[in-house]
Design a binder for this molecule. Structure first.
Ligand code: ZN
Length: 457
């Protein structure tokens, strides 16, 4: 508490603000405002979150973006928090873009128990730096989710978010909102569990078992909701491509929590499940970094590319960061997030087109790998069906298996969709591919971030 002279306390000056109704976005006068697109973007996001949940949009949300420690407004070490101040939902955050806290601002009047409040905020929030939980987290006894005894936030938040994402994706928002209104803070754990059973028609344990059995993948334990609001850019002649610019001073959004980045979101509707050649380019070659993220809206795959900044772009995929050229995508809306250095005006282009490189059967014709194209042919985050990539090489090529969270097999003149009769190399093996052979890479993701690939250095 500050000392007050003569018994009178002047309210602390919250600093300059940007009005983007319902948001009043306060920022640090010395450090300056966020990228110009940030506050309007957050205002659009909170309106979509409220509308999708069928809940009223708060008339005003005070949003305090501070670089410093958030004490005394937030618990120590919290990167952001939200509370009601004089009846106004109020957010404090160390990161400019925190859609997670906007979800809390919307559901404040209901005061749901923490596990469901945080689950909803993670599921409908943006990139919080969390990653999808391993499915083993689901063996946590239900009581521990509600009695405060599960203290590890790196278990609690991803588990709450992933489970909420599953419920929202599978059953829609309406039952979750009813659950939030009935399982309010102070409700005993047996009552919370009974309410859950009443609303979903299954016990919480059954619903968790169902989520484990489902092949759904929630990138970072969430549904990509904030990023998926833009109108999709249409495909032409079976191909999708887009080029554009973003600039912090113009419409750029302060996106990634770390490091500070400016970015832009675009969306596209992938027409059918299948293999696609994915190409991203960014310019100028940032001294800092630029990155592209392709992610399905709702449940689905996530592919992240990091460019090292060379004009001849090296694509790197997360969870190993390897060059990537062909990926399996599921039908449906996807968003592309391009981001870069806040100091630079960025130009980017992205394209998707069906690729005949991959298949889920033995039927497709093997394709020559372009000897000019170094890269990895991968199947990221795909549990079902297993993917088979058949190919030949025009010249002798060295190849290195790269996989994580996935089963992986290389078949040499064998057609197999499950790896039977194939070799199971390790990531430290260096393979030699010979012309005249037909190879098949068979992989199946076994964890939410699983991927498998073959690098041709
Ligand atoms: Zn939260």
């Amino acid at each position: 508490m500050l000392l007050c002279l003569l018994g009178a306390c002047a309210a602390e000056d919250p600093g300059p603000f940007i009005d983007a109704p319902p948001l009043r976005f306060y920022y640090d006068a010395v450090k300056g405002p966020p990228c110009a697109g940030t506050a309007p973007y957050l205002a659009r996001v909170v309106a979509r979150q409220a509308s999708w949940l069928g809940l009223p949009l708060p008339e005003r949300i005070d949003y305090h973006y501070r670089y410093a420690n958030l004490a005394p407004d937030c618990p120590a070490s919290a990167p952001a928090c939200a509370d009601e101040r004089n009846g106004v939902p109020t957010v404090w955050t160390q990161y400019p873009s925190m859609p997670h806290e906007l979800v809390h601002a919307i559901v404040f009047p209901m005061r749901p128990v923490r596990f469901f409040a945080e689950g909803l905020a993670v599921a409908l929030g943006g990139d919080d730096g969390l990653v999808a939980p391993p499915l083993s987290f689901y063996s946590t006894p239900p009581e521990k989710l509600f009695d405060g005894s599960l203290e590890d936030r790196l278990v609690y938040y991803p588990l709450a978010g992933d489970f909420a994402a599953h419920l929202l994706d599978r059953y829609g928002p309406e039952p979750f909102v009813r659950l939030s209104a009935r399982a309010v803070r102070g409700t005993t754990t047996p009552e919370v569990l009974a309410t859950f059973n009443d609303i979903y028609g299954v016990t919480l344990e059954q619903a968790m078992a169902e989520r484990v059995a489902a092949a759904d993948l929630h990138a970072d334990a969430r549904l990509g909701f904030p990023e998926c609001g833009e109108e999709p850019t249409p495909w032409h002649d079976g191909r999708w491509s887009l080029s554009g610019t973003f600039d912090c001073a113009d419409t750029g959004i302060s996106t990634s929590p770390y490091p500070p980045a400016v970015g832009r979101y675009v969306t596209t509707d992938v027409p059918a499940d299948g293999f696609y050649r994915v190409v991203f380019q960014g310019d100028p070659s940032s001294v800092y970094f630029h990155a592209f993220n392709l992610q399905r809206c709702g449940s689905g795959e996530q592919i992240t590319y990091w460019s090292t900044g060379s004009p001849i772009t090296t694509h790197l995929v997360m969870a190993g960061r390897h060059p990537l050229t062909v990926a399996w995508l599921r039908a449906g809306r996807h968003f592309v997030h391009a981001s870069g250095n806040v100091e630079e005006r960025m130009t980017f282009s992205a394209s998707l087109e069906p690729s005949s490189m991959g298949s889920v059967t033995c039927n497709q014709t093997a394709n020559d790998i372009d000897p000019q194209t170094d890269g990895v042919y991968v199947v990221p985050s795909l549990a079902e069906p297993p993917a088979v990539l058949r190919f030949t090489v025009p010249t002798v090529r060295a190849a290195k298996p790269m996989f994580s969270g996935a089963s992986f097999a290389l078949c040499d003149d064998v057609c197999s969709t499950d790896g039977t009769g194939c070799t199971m190399p390790t990531t430290s093996d260096m393979l030699t591919l010979q012309p005249g052979h037909t190879y098949a890479l068979v992989s199946r993701a076994t964890s939410p971030r699983g991927f498998a690939g073959l690098a041709l250095p």
